[in-house]
Design a protein around this ligand. Structure first.
Ligand code: AMP
Ligand code: MG
Length: 401
């Protein structure tokens, strides 16, 4: 067995970032910026009012109540056509350009209208409620550096500086194939010895959640030629492949045989439970993950190896690869374990308690075939080799959602 960190280092070393591409903003959510973006203009582009109210000379409002003549009304989107003189006020709405002459805005709540005059009830100071040009972003300013993952706010900022496209690392195209003669797709009758394929829908969804663009490569039987065909097709269309099943020591584990023939594969026994077996290699320049067949193992293997590797391909830096981890209190003895030289990843339910700490308990049976308990878990407790925590002990927890 090799340590988890060593297996992970090997996998990450085989997964280089994809080439950047120009993408429309609406297709760039979640992508990592591949350019450093500089603004050509100011945001906001002009000084404007932060409040509905009156643009005035602050000096005219020092003795209240102060009467000023209203010279017009300016809405957001309008442009002032004359300066505000001493003794005058311009009615002005939030976002409207701040007029020349004036130096402050009096909010409407501090005024009263009398005929064509406004009575200002509280003195204003120069600069009150005026938002200067470039307050958010100045022309020439570096807005985001290359390597920034784009969230909804980033897309808004890019739009605000007039960008319609950005150079980003595109989503990895990931093909997913299940292998096994026992697998049946969909709702049809189960003949003796058959089970339904659950790994493919799960892995397709995990890859989509990780920000990838997925291709469903279907189910391949335990047959060398069929497996070779589907891998060839996947390698032609995708940037990376996920297979599940057929990588153990069984007599019909042809995935292993085929991958060995076409690629430079490492067959690892990782000191973890579940998901001990892992095949990883680069085939025709593309990373291929041979994940174990047991449903929980394939999910945990995805979390520990494929997800960080795919995110590295999509340009995420070292701090953007992994799920967040927190410390949590074990609420009972359900996470006790036997020493076996492995790190265990226990399926747990994790909740934030009224005491300001995270709490965990087992989500159900911990065998690698019990997918429901994995589905019910929202976190994996990372249990170092040993006897495991008793109620009240703290554990590291990887949050899956
Ligand atoms: P294997 O690695 O092919 O020996 O499979 C290990 C276990 O996982 C066996 O019990 C398989 O039936 C099961 N298994 C493999 N692939 C899938 C799948 N796609 N969906 C559900 N179970 C699977
Ligand atoms: Mg099999």
């Amino acid at each position: 067995m090799i340590p988890l960190a060593e297996a992970r280092t090997r996998v990450l070393a085989g997964c280089r970032a994809l080439a950047p591409a120009e993408r429309a903003l609406e297709a760039a959510l979640g992508c990592v910026l591949a350019e450093t973006v500089t603004s050509t203009g100011d945001v906001p582009p002009f000084a404007n009012t932060a409040m509905d109210g009156y643009a005035v000379h602050a000096a005219d409002t020092q003795d209240v109540p102060a009467r000023l003549r209203v010279i017009g009304t300016l809405a957001a989107g309008g442009a002032p056509d004359r300066p505000v003189e001493r003794g005058q006020a311009l009615r002005i709405m939030t976002g409207a350009p701040f007029p020349a002459g004036a130096d402050a805005v009096v909010m409407v709540e501090r005024t009263r209208v009398e005929g064509d005059e406004v009575v200002v009830l509280a003195p204003a100071q120069p600069g009150d409620h005026v938002r200067p040009a470039g307050e958010d972003i100045a022309a020439g300013q570096e807005v985001f550096v290359a390597g920034t993952p784009l969230g909804p706010g980033h897309l808004g900022v890019l739009a605000s500086i007039g960008r319609e496209m950005a150079s980003v690392v595109p989503p990895a195209r990931v093909g997913v194939v299940s292998t096994g003669d026992e697998l049946v797709v969909g709702a049809g009758r189960l003949e003796p010895g058959k089970i339904r394929d659950s790994n493919r829908p799960t892995l397709l969804a995990l890859a989509r959640q990780a920000g990838c663009q997925v291709t469903d490569l279907g189910v391949a039987p335990d047959d060398e030629a069929a497996i070779r065909d589907v891998l060839d097709r996947g390698l032609a269309e995708c940037d990376a492949l996920l297979t599940s099943g057929g990588v153990s020591m069984g007599e019909f584990d042809y995935v292993k045989k085929v991958l060995d023939e076409i690629g430079d594969m490492a067959w690892m026994q990782v000191a973890i439970k579940p998901a001990k077996p892992l095949a990883f290699g680069v085939v025709a320049g593309k990373p291929v993950f041979g994940l174990p067949g047991n449903p929980v193992s394939s999910m945990v293997s995805f979390e520990l190896f494929a997800r960080p590797a795919l995110r590295q391909m999509m340009g995420f830096g070292p701090y953007g690869l992994d799920r967040p981890q927190v410390r949590a209190v074990a609420d009972d003895d359900s996470l006790r374990r036997q020493p076996d030289g492995k790190i265990h990843f226990a399926r747990v339910v994790c909740a934030y308690g009224a005491d300001g700490r995270y709490h965990v308990h087992s989500s159900g049976g911990q065998s690698s075939n019990l997918l429901r308990a994995m589905a019910l878990a929202n976190a994996l407790a990372v249990l170092p080799d040993g006897a495991g925590p008793v109620a009240g002990d703290e554990v590291d927890v990887m949050l899956l959602s």
